[in-house]
Design a protein around this ligand. Sequence first.
Ligand SMILES: NC(=O)c1ccc[n+]([C@@H]2O[C@H](COP(=O)([O-])OP(=O)(O)OC[C@H]3O[C@@H](n4cnc5c(N)ncnc54)[C@H](OP(=O)(O)O)[C@@H]3O)[C@@H](O)[C@H]2O)c1
Length: 265
Amino acid sequence: MKIGFIGLGNMAKAIIEGLLLKKVILPADIIVHSAHASNYQPYAEKFSLKTAETNLAVAEQADVLILAVKPELKEEVLTEVKPALIQHKVALLSLLTGVTLAGLTEVVGSTFALVRVMPNLNVRIGVGVTAIAGNNVATESAMATTQSLFEQIGEVIRLPEADFSTFVALAGSAPAFAYLFMDALAHAGVKYGLSKNQALKIVSQMVVGSAQLIQQSGEAPWNLIDQVSSPGGTTIAGVLALQEAGFEPAITKAVDATIKKDLGE
Ligand SMILES: NC(=O)c1ccc[n+]([C@@H]2O[C@H](COP(=O)([O-])OP(=O)(O)OC[C@H]3O[C@@H](n4cnc5c(N)ncnc54)[C@H](OP(=O)(O)O)[C@@H]3O)[C@@H](O)[C@H]2O)c1
């Protein structure tokens, strides 16, 4: 299967590097093109990928075409590749945040299988979480191909498109929220004499372990909070201080703002 990438920014590179890391696709089966040859040529050379000189040429060679440009380029790029979609029946996967299947259909028409794919940056190391939704022309085979491709680099969830904005907040953008939390915790460690490196090592391992404990035990976070909160102890003092400082409303506000932006409000 040949996979074409239109756009070679952070997300396309994360997907490519995740797939190559898992050795599920040969570098020569990945075809890339982006706005600047000075970007895509050296990257393709580094990973032994194929390059194409235009977006249309990518689409002509690909079985699966991944659209990985900024959302505002939707019209320009889709108009360019539409002849290949017509001729070769390429499966089109769009990563474009905030661009609905209906918005894609407006440009390419309603006869093509379109799959909206919303990965997060963690696909780069094979532990991403990706939501997918297809239009009504997307066959089960197109959905299954998309699912099995992204399952190589993390979990895949088939989600109604109406829930994509929520997914963007909880999975696409939330790594940044988690990094903010981790950096704040590490910073506080520095306040009490740890080096930033030491503090970050401690904090990141704590976050990995805490997430794995939830996944592996199936226990709800509040049960685990209760388990680490001894009566009159240190943890409950910290938990209550966080609550008093508005931790949960702050998270909700971040999610509200992300969804609002995704919906273009
Ligand atoms: N980053 C995330 O966490 C994330 C998560 C989910 C979805 N997304 C979506 O994924 C898409 C890509 O995001 P990103 O963060 O990877 O963006 P990015 O880093 O800004 O990359 C955009 C890419 O588009 C290329 N490009 C610009 N004009 C082009 C054209 N006319 N034809 C072909 N390529 C063109 C750029 O080329 P040059 O590099 O050559 O200039 C660049 O490689 C966006 O729609 C975003 O909403 C991102």
